[in-house]
Ligand binder design. Structure first.
Ligand code: ZN
Length: 74
């Protein structure tokens, strides 16, 4: 979902808004259209790429896990 965070240049109010192409965003507090889009929404920016489940791959006493990222063959 295109959820963006905006800050109002008129009253400095910060709010989140669902925005689709061509939508005009107005401040819900003062109804001003002078709003600036903020680039990141807190809570959505965290990467999960470093948290792959490695399971037993690192333990030589256990058999290879067979996962696509497993380095141990056979
Ligand atoms: Zn405002």
């Amino acid at each position: 979902m295109p959820l963006y965070e905006f800050t109002c240049e008129q009253c400095d109010h910060t709010f989140e808004e669902l925005v689709f192409d061509g939508d005009q965003v107005a401040c819900p507090k003062c109804d001003s259209a002078r709003v600036a889009k903020l680039l990141s929404v807190p809570g959505l920016a965290k990467s999960t790429s470093s948290a792959l489940p490695m399971s037993s791959c690192g333990d030589p006493s256990l058999p290879p896990c067979g996962a696509p990222w497993c380095q141990r063959k056979g």
